[in-house]
Design a binder for this molecule. Structure first.
Ligand code: TRH
Length: 377
């Protein structure tokens, strides 16, 4: 019998919440033959990743997923077999009653934010609160054994490697974005929040003798790019050259295209949660701009990841990554750190490949969720 899943997503800000839940919903349908309803409170954010979304509809089908607008006034509905509250979002009271009234109690899980911290291993899968007799469980994504793993759809690495070995396919893809990649140029994608360190990084790239081509999808970092270039109102399509650095603004592209962009680039600056994971699957060196949290708790998460990511690397490589990532996340001067990272270029590239394979040797998050359910019933 087909298992029915309800996934609830509130878009707090940015695109990570919808980015993650949309991937998960599709994978549960495509690979585990589940019937999935994805409840989203903000269809406009969704539309940016998936332009086929019709924001005026309360209900629509996209890639086998039933996408439901989560309106302020909750429409009476029955509860599913498995209920996922993404990122601790609060379910509608009437839906929680529907869960409690079901003949077979549903499995209720909170899909948490990704963190490399050690405590995650101890908390993954533990019971959380109860509503009436319905028990909620913690489900933590993660990088280590004992966590829920990372989202990774079937065949992803194979498709990525094939694309990376196919220069013509990459050229064609980039051409579709009006990007002409010169053969002696190091291609970088840049997806970040506002960052005071950007000017020093761009200074370093424009003057160090190499050629860099930085692709910046429209978004929050553009203000810093404008200030550095001394131009106003940057829009998709803009291309500016300063010394060895070419800066090009891209439109915000579909989620699957963004993956391909990551696969094309020699280096990816990413942010938040979902692009961070996708950059790891691209198997290329990267730089993470972590989502800032109150009381700087994000810095502990950053250090936890760095500890894990760099743990087996030689000193110089470890230092280069730590220095670059810490400076970027503190909005500090990037000059020396970028130089060090470039000196470690081959080591960074090799490590990115190895890390990707190591992570891919673990069960993926969707499979882990399904297994959790099967073990629970
Ligand atoms: O947008 P984000 O900053 O989202 C963040 C994080 O998830 C953070 O953990 C969370 O607390 C906060 O939101 C509320 O970064 P993230 O997670 O990388 O999500 C971006 C999504 O947008 C991802 O699915 C990739 C997608 N994307 C595109 O589809 N096209 C694009 O052009 C770009 C740049 C991104």
């Amino acid at each position: 019998m087909t298992v029915r899943w309800d996934i609830f997503c509130t878009v707090v800000d940015n695109y990570g919440d919808i980015g993650v839940t949309w991937r998960l919903a599709r994978q549960l349908v495509a690979e585990h033959h589940c019937a999935v309803r994805l409840w989203v409170d903000d269809l406009r954010a969704f539309e940016r990743l998936c332009p086929q979304i019709d924001v005026s509809l309360e209900e629509q089908w996209q890639q086998g997923v039933q996408v439901r607008h989560w309106p302020q006034t909750w429409p009476a509905t029955d509860a599913a077999d498995v209920v996922i509250a993404a990122f601790a979002c609060q379910l509608p009271a009437a839906y929680m009653d529907a869960m409690a009234e079901r003949q077979t109690t549903p499995l209720w899980m909170n899909l948490d934010y990704l963190s490399a911290e050690d405590w995650v291993v101890g908390c993954h899968g533990l019971p959380s609160v109860k509503y009436k007799h319905v028990q909620k469980y913690f489900f933590f994504p993660g990088f280590q054994e004992g966590t829920g793993g990372l989202l990774r759809e079937a065949g992803l690495l194979e498709r990525c490697r094939e694309f990376q070995q196919d220069a013509e396919a990459q050229r064609h893809f980039l051409q579709g974005l009006d990007v002409e990649r010169a053969s002696d140029t190091y291609l970088i994608s840049l997806f970040a929040y506002e960052n005071a360190g950007l000017a020093s990084w761009f200074d370093a790239m424009s003057t160090n003798g190499e050629k860099f081509h930085v692709l910046v999808p429209e978004g929050r970092v553009l203000g810093d790019v404008e200030r550095w270039l001394g131009v106003a109102d940057l829009k998709a399509g803009a291309v500016h050259r300063r010394g060895g650095l070419t800066v090009q603004v891209l439109p915000f592209i579909r989620q699957d295209q963004y993956d391909q962009l990551l696969w094309c680039c020699d280096f990816n600056a990413v942010r938040g949660e979902d692009s961070f994971v996708r950059a790891q699957w691209a198997g290329r060196p990267m730089l993470w701009h972590i989502y800032q949290q109150e009381e700087d708790v994000h810095l502990e998460k950053l250090e936890a990841f760095l500890g894990l990511y760099t743990r087996e690397l030689p000193d110089a490589t470890q230092k280069a990554i730590n220095g670059l990532w810490r400076a970027w996340n503190a909005g500090q001067d990037m000059t020396e750190h970028w130089k060090a990272a470039r000196q470690q270029g081959p080591e960074l590239a090799e490590h990115a490949r190895a890390w990707c394979l190591e992570q891919a040797s673990r069960p993926d998050l969707a499979a882990a969720l399904v297994k959790f359910y099967v073990n629970w019933i």
